[in-house]
Design a protein around this ligand. Structure first.
Ligand code: GAR
Length: 208
């Protein structure tokens, strides 16, 4: 059974999707063992508590720089014996120490079709603002492995979602969450836990 840590910063609807999938037995060979929040008071921590999952806060502002924060986080994850790290609405950019400790074992959900609308500055609602400004007719979500490059790691799953006339960033965000993120993330986590993701350079093969 693989031990999963979910890293969060806010509302935690993607965490909830993982908790619900686990409740339905859809995370095969994996168990959410810890939730770590970069923000004190994040609602995601309440979701964890309600599900009986140990939660803790590691506040970014208590560390001098992102390197010392990443190293502390890495040490905590090792101490907990974590096999898979899931970034679910985690709004902090980490340095390479975590990727080196967990090569192809960190999954991130991004609310756009990478390589569009990604990289530094593209997070949360901003992603949808930029997509609407550009005038795209489809957007979507991507689950990918985390590499040293921001939003640049091998893609595991993607799903397109239509943009509709009169969309606000909030409306598009909600549609992408409902139709894509909340489905893709639990599926990718379950595939990882079953050792069904084989990474070959940039290409992720999904095996039977
Ligand atoms: C989600 O849309 C997630 O894809 C996005 O933030 C939202 C968090 O919602 N993540 C990023 O933008 C990371 N670059 P949640 O806290 O309700 O899961």
């Amino acid at each position: 059974m693989k031990k999963i840590a979910v890293l969060v910063s806010g509302g935690g609807t993607n965490l909830q999707a993982l908790i619900d999938a686990q409740g339905r037995g859809e995370i095969v060979n994996g168990e959410i063992a810890a939730v770590i929040s970069s923000k004190p008071g994040a609602y995601a921590l309440e979701r964890a508590a309600r599900a009986g999952i140990p939660g803790c806060v590691m506040a970014r502002k208590e560390y001098a720089d992102s390197r010392s924060y990443t190293v502390a986080l890495r040490d905590k994850l090792r101490e907990l014996g974590i096999d898979l790290v899931v970034l679910a609405g985690f709004m902090i950019i980490l340095t390479e120490e975590l990727v080196e400790a967990y090569p192809n074992a960190i999954l991130n959900v991004h609310p756009a079709l990478i390589p569009s609308f990604c990289g530094e500055g593209f997070y949360g609602l901003h992603v949808h603002e930029k997509a609407l400004e550009y005038g795209v007719k489809v957007s979507g979500a991507t689950v990918h492995f985390v590499s040293a490059e921001c939003d640049g790691g091998p893609i595991v799953l993607q799903k397109a979602v239509p943009v509709e006339e009169g969309d606000t960033p909030e409306a598009l965000q909600r549609r992408i969450m409902e139709q894509a993120e909340w489905k893709l993330l639990p599926r990718a986590v379950s595939l990882f836990c079953q050792d069904r993701l084989q990474v070959d350079g940039r290409i992720v093969h999904i095996t039977d």
